[in-house]
Design a protein around this ligand. Structure first.
Ligand code: 13P
Ligand code: SF4
Length: 375
């Protein structure tokens, strides 16, 4: 979130609602708003939210689902800020995108801002021909980073289509700068056969030349921004060894925001949608240690009781910002809509939305290709 998003405190009426009362109010509001409303829910949302979603999905699927109900006046996005921004960019002006809690950001997305990105671009231009450098941003980034990428011939990607997006980028130029998740960038490039040492460098936005020699930047096919997800960086190879020891025959399934060592040791890696499909399609009796956010893992375990599904990290790690979408906030924004007031609308200014849309639409045109980073 580049611009400060301030969430007003909820009226105590909403904070005092019991779980059942909030659920009843949300359902009543949904009935009354009918086809004027569509609710989208990311897989990391808690059960008390996801049960109200018309569409659930990973970032890629939700970016597409956002466009499926053009008759809906209101798109309530139960996810984080960059997802709501992308939905706003991809939908027409008559549709209003609402984020129930404006404090629901993504700490990884905040690790690259437009000033740092422009400065990096300028410095890279001192050692490379910028006409040969293609910027690719993970969808977990602010709209103005997507705009920068759109203006400079690049694309957005998600964990679902990162391999296809990087393959595409290398048909457009000889080098890629990838924002802001070093791990997704490294894992994907490694899967494509590139060497993490010889072919990649890490760009630290707080160091001149990203902390590299000019020769290293010039020689790297992939310049990886030094960002990470604090949830996924907690998964370790030691946890994988422990899971294999305690559950012989276990399948290790992780999100590609995990470090490369973890992805290398895992049996499978892919987006949240991929993770869900993999376990759903598995044989009854199979055992799965999953390296991703706990709400998704717990829901899978509950929905598929004939499989053993557990979190790879015994300390369990929720995404604290996704968790900020509490039913009280959802109930509040829906009640305000019933009263004719739109609160918490996410509006990307046109000057940013136009080039950001170019980058997002490129992502949709490139499509998914191979869906898994490993496995
Ligand atoms: P997915 O696109 O796989 O759902 O990932 C989004 C995300 O933020 C993972 O941390
Ligand atoms: Fe961002 Fe990580 Fe949360 Fe995903 S899990 S929304 S990358 S902080």
């Amino acid at each position: 979130m580049d611009q400060a998003m301030h969430q007003v405190p909820l009226p105590s009426f909403y904070t005092d609602l019991s779980e059942d009362q909030a659920a009843e109010r949300i359902e009543a509001a949904r009935r009354e708003l009918g086809s004027r409303l569509v609710i989208l829910g990311h897989h990391y949302q808690r059960d008390e939210i996801i049960r109200h979603a018309d569409f659930r999905g990973d970032s890629y699927k939700l970016a597409k689902d956002a466009t499926l109900r053009p008759e809906a006046e209101f798109i309530v996005f139960c996810g984080v800020h960059f997802m709501a921004e992308s939905a706003d960019i991809l939908t027409p002006d008559h549709q209003k995108v609402i984020l129930p809690n404006l404090a629901a950001g993504c700490s990884m997305a905040d690790m690259a801002n437009r000033f740092q990105v422009r400065s990096a671009w300028k410095q890279i231009g001192q050692v490379c021909d910028l006409g040969e450098v293609i910027p690719v941003t993970y969808i977990n980034s602010a709209a103005n980073i997507k705009a920068f990428v759109g203006e400079n011939g690049g694309t957005v990607c998600t964990s679902t289509n990162a391999p296809a997006a990087l393959e595409w980028a290398l048909t457009q130029g000889r080098k890629v700068i990838f924002f802001p998740d070093q791990h997704l960038g490294r894992n994907t490039a490694w899967k494509m056969g590139y060497d993490p040492e010889a072919d990649m460098c890490l760009w630290d936005p707080f160091q001149p030349m990203g902390g590299n020699t000019p020769e290293k930047v010039a020689a790297s096919t992939f310049i990886l921004w030094k960002g990470h997800c604090s949830v996924h960086k907690r998964f370790t190879v030691e946890q994988i060894a422990a899971a294999r020891e305690s559950h012989p025959g276990v399948n290790i399934l992780v999100h590609p925001e995990c470090p490369l060592g973890v992805v290398k040791q895992a049996d499978f890696a892919g987006s949240t949608e991929y993770i869900i499909k993999k376990v759903r399609d598995a044989a009854p009796g199979s055992v799965w240690a999953v390296g991703t956010e706990i709400n998704l893992v717990s829901r899978l375990a509950k929905e598929l009781p004939d499989r053993t599904v557990f979190c790879l990290d015994p300390q369990i790690c929720p995404c604290s910002t996704m968790y900020r979408i509490h039913p009280s906030y959802l109930s509040w924004v829906l009640d305000r809509l019933l009263d004719g007031e739109v609160v918490n609308q996410i509006r990307v200014p046109e000057a940013v939305a136009v080039p950001a849309r170019v980058a997002l639409q490129r992502m949709l045109t490139i499509g998914t290709g191979a869906s898994a980073v490993a496995g």
